[in-house]
Design a protein around this ligand. Structure first.
Ligand code: BG6
Length: 487
C-alpha cells in the first residue's frame, strides 16, 4: 500500500536572512560597529579555498583608520534597513508564513557593555515586526547571527571572556521583553558549532588574543560561555514571554564514512559530534558522556563555575533548528582522496553527489537522514531555518532570470523533507536561505545568489538595488500555496 506524506497544517513556510548580510546602514540609527562591519571583500580568484578572517587587533585598527581603499560589503548589505517595507511586501506576495531575520546586537547595545539600550535600534525592529504582522508573516528571530559589537572583541577578547555571558543576557532580556507578543520564535546563536571553524566570526576572538597551542581550549571555553548565554536567553524567554518558543541552531552536517572500514565508520561518528555535541548540551542540558575523555585527550581545561551545569540542565531549548546545505565524507587520517568544500565544512568528495558552483555537495536524501537522526535523538520539534543553493544568475535582456538549477535543488530537498515528515519527524517549518539575494557570509560577495528575488547590485556595491522576480519566485509561491503538494 502506498503512503502519501503531507506537511502539517500551519507549517511555517518562508525564508531567512541575517542583519549583517542584508541591513546595511552600518552607522545609522545609533548602531555601533560590529565584527562583520570590518570584514573586507576579497576577489574570488584570490580566494580559491575559503579562508575565514582571523585578524589581529592591529589589523582591525588599521582597517578602522584606512577605510577608503577597501570594500566592506556587510556595511551596505542590500539596504534592507531602508527597504524592508518593499521587501516584506514581496515576501507576502510569495505567500510567506514566516520570515527569519536576526537582530544586530550592535544596534541595541552599540558597544555591547552599556547598561541602557539604544532606543533607535529597538524602534527599528518594532517597525520591521509590525510590517511583518501587517502581512500575516510570523517573525523568527535570531539573537546572534555571525556578528557582535566590535568593542567586545577589542576590549574583552570576545567569548573567551565570561563577562560576555551577562552582556548577552542583558541584550537578550531587553529584546525579549520589548518584542513580547510580536515575536513567537526566538533562536539564540546561529550555527553555534561554527565556532570550531571560525573563531573570529563566531566568538569575536582576534588572532593575537590566543596562541596556536591554546586555540582549542579557547574555542571550548567560548562554547561553554555561549551555552550559558543561550540558557540565560531561554530562561528569560520562558519567564517573560512564556507563549513564545526558543530554540538552538546548528550547522546540520551529516558525515558519511568514506568506506565500510570500521575506522572510517568511527571517524564519521566522531565528526558527527561536531554537530550533536552542541545540540546535546542545549537540548538535553548536559555535556555528552564522551566530553571528559575528549577534553583530557586534547589538553582542554574547561573552566566552569558552581551552578553552571545545573543552570544548563534547567534551561533547555523548546526546539532545534538547523541549516542544511550539503553532506560530507569522513575518513580515517591515513586515507587520501579529493577534497570537497563548503563555507565551513570540509571533507572528502562523495562520488555519488553533484556539487554547486562553489563545490558544495548537493545531497537531498542526507536531509531526510539528518532529520530522522535529530528527531530520534531528541524528540523535539525541528525547524529547518536555512537551506538553498548559491549560484551565479544571469539577467536576460528582457529582465527575466531563469534559475531552473535553484528550483531543482529546492524541490528535491523539500521532497525529502516531506518524506521525513512521513517518517514521523515533527518538523514545524522551513525557511530557505536568502529569499532575496544578499551579501555572502563566507565570501562577502553578491555574485553568489540564493534568492527568489534578484537584487541589482555587484560585489562592490554598484547597482540600482532594484528587486526583480526570478522564475523560482513563481515556483516557490505555488509550493507555499499548496502547502508543499505541488513541487
Ligand atoms: C550559513 C550562514 O552558514 O550559510 C549564513 O548561517 C550564510 O549566514 C549561509 O549566508 C550561506 O553561506 P554563504 O557563505 O554562501 O553566504
Amino acid at each position: 500500500m502506498s503512503f502519501q506524506p503531507k506537511f502539517p497544517e500551519g507549517f511555517l513556510w518562508g525564508g531567512a536572512i541575517s542583519a549583517n548580510q542584508a541591513e546595511g546602514a552600518f552607522n545609522e540609527g545609533g548602531k555601533g560597529l560590529s565584527t562583520a562591519d570590518v570584514v573586507e571583500y576579497v576577489k574570488l580568484e584570490d580566494r580559491k579555498h575559503m579562508k575565514f578572517p582571523f585578524p589581529t587587533s592591529s589589523e582591525i585598527e588599521e582597517v578602522l583608520q584606512n577605510q577608503s581603499q577597501k570594500v566592506f560589503p556587510k556595511r551596505f548589505g542590500i539596504d534592507f534597513y531602508h527597504r524592508y517595507k518593499e521587501d516584506i511586501a514581496l515576501l507576502k506576495e510569495l505567500g510567506f508564513k514566516a520570515f527569519r531575520i536576526s537582530i544586530a546586537w550592535s544596534r541595541i547595545f552599540p558597544k555591547g557593555d552599556e547598561i541602557e539600550p539604544n532606543e533607535e535600534g529597538l524602534a527599528f525592529y518594532d517597525r520591521v515586526f509590525d510590517e511583518m504582522h501587517k502581512h500575516g508573516i510570523e517573525p523568527v528571530v535570531t539573537l546572534s547571527h555571525y556578528e557582535m559589537p566590535l568593542h567586545l572583541s577589542m576590549e574583552y577578547q570576545g567569548w573567551q571572556n565570561r563577562k560576555l555571558v551577562d552582556f548577552f543576557a542583558r541584550y537578550a532580556e531587553t529584546v525579549i521583553r520589548r518584542y513580547k507578543g510580536k515575536v513567537k520564535y526566538w533562536i539564540t546563536f546561529n550555527e553555534i558549532n561554527s565556532l570550531l571553524m571560525a573563531p573570529y566570526i563566531s566568538l569575536g576572538i582576534l588572532r593575537d588574543q590566543v596562541t596556536e597551542e591554546n586555540l582549542l581550549q579557547t574555542k571550548f571555553q567560548g562554547a561553554h560561555h555561549q551555552f550559558l548565554a543561550s540558557a540565560k536567553a531561554v530562561e528569560a524567554c520562558h519567564r517573560i514571554s512564556p507563549e513564545a518558543k526558543i530554540g538552538c541552531m546548528v550547522i546540520g552536517i551529516i558525515n558519511y564514512p568514506n568506506s565500510s572500514h570500521p575506522e572510517d565508520v568511527f571517524t564519521a561518528l566522531q565528526d558527527q559530534r561536531n554537530t550533536f555535541f552542541f545540540t546535546d548540551v542545549q537540548a538535553r542540558g548536559e555535556y555528552p558522556a564522551y566530553t571528559e575523555r575528549f577534553l583530557a585527550e586534547h589538553g582542554i581545561q574547561l573552566n566552569k563555575e558552581p551552578g553552571d551545569d545545573a543552570f544548563l540542565k534547567e534551561h533547555i531549548v523548546d526546539f532545534i533548528s538547523f541549516s542544511y546545505y550539503m553532506s560530507t565524507v569522513s575518513a580515517r587520517p591515513e586515507s587520501s582522496g579529493e577534497e570537497a568544500v563548503g563555507n565551513l565544512i570540509s571533507g572528502l568528495k562523495n562520488p555519488y553527489l553533484e556539487a554547486s558552483d562553489w563545490g558544495w555537495q548537493i545531497d537531498p536524501v542526507g536531509l531526510r537522514t539528518l532529520l530522522n537522526l535529530f528527531y530520534e535523538r531528541y524528540q523535539k520539534p525541528l525547524f529547518i531555518v536555512e537551506n538553498g543553493l548559491g549560484a551565479f544568475d544571469k539577467v536576460e535582456e528582457d529582465g527575466s532570470i531563469h534559475d531552473p538549477y535553484r528550483i531543482s535543488y529546492l524541490k528535491e530537498h523539500i521532497q525529502q523533507m516531506k518524506e521525513a515528515v512521513g517518517d514521523g519527524v515533527d518538523l514545524i517549518g522551513y525557511t530557505s536561505w536568502g529569499p532575496i539575494d544578499l551579501v555572502s557570509f563566507s565570501t562577502s560577495e553578491m555574485s553568489k545568489r540564493y534568492g527568489f528575488i534578484y537584487v541589482d547590485q555587484d560585489d562592490y556595491g554598484n547597482g540600482t538595488l532594484t528587486r526583480s522576480k526570478k522564475d523560482s519566485f513563481y515556483w516557490y509561491q505555488k509550493v507555499i500555496a499548496t502547502n508543499g503538494e505541488k513541487l
